[in-house]
Write a protein that binds this ligand. Structure first.
Ligand code: SF4
Length: 191
């Protein structure tokens, strides 16, 4: 059984896929405890893989995009079974991970790694998208892990103006590689 916090239909507010409708599956629990974490990933219910696939369909009908997030979605071993089942159901699966837990993912799974600490280099290498959280500074210590990535997203923590200014200045100083990523869903009151 999977431990879950919530399942809801909204839009992807962050990163490369900003603005794209998606069903979000927030798995409960995280293996880290970041100071700035503002996500309630506490367990609200448990469900089988098949039940989660059905709930995704109930929430978003035929919406092709499903985002597994957390917490840390890969902290639950059954997450890989859920990914397989969602793909069989015709979904395009995205995984938002802190990159600390290695998992073999099919090539068509979009992996966003947002590093906080001790990233597994294999996950950094596998990442389709690297998203660095800017909290009073750009965490440059993570950049060597993503040396082969042509684009790095800088996301100001909490959309706070001071963090936005730091991220914006950094992107403008390194325009060939860095992009600003805002939590746009918060501007429109979306979940
Ligand atoms: S890794 Fe993400 S979900 Fe986990 S504590 Fe840190 S910010 Fe929160």
């Amino acid at each position: 059984m999977l431990q879950l916090a919530e399942i809801f239909y909204s839009i992807q507010g962050e990163g490369t896929w900003t603005g794209t409708p998606a069903v979000f599956v927030r798995l409960a629990g995280c293996n880290l405890a970041c100071d700035f974490c503002d996500t309630d990933y506490s367990m609200k219910f448990v469900a089988s893989v098949e039940s989660v696939v059905a709930m995704v369909r109930e929430a978003g009908n035929d919406c092709p995009m499903v985002v597994l997030t957390g917490g840390e979605p890969l902290a639950q071993a059954q997450a890989v079974d859920l990914i397989a089942a969602l793909r069989r159901d015709g979904r395009r699966v995205h995984v938002e991970s802190n990159g600390t837990i290695f998992a073999e993912l099919p090539d068509d799974v979009w992996l966003c790694v947002s590093p906080k600490e001790r990233v597994d280099p294999r996950m950094a290498q596998r990442a389709d998208e690297a998203k660095l959280i800017v909290d009073q500074r750009v965490p440059e210590e993570h950049l060597p892990l993503f040396a082969t990535k042509p684009t790095i997203l800088l996301q100001p923590e909490g959309n706070k103006p001071a963090n936005v200014a730091i991220a914006l200045d950094y992107a403008k100083a390194h325009p060939e590689r860095f992009r600003l990523s805002l939590q746009t869903h918060k501007f429109i009151g979306a979940q």
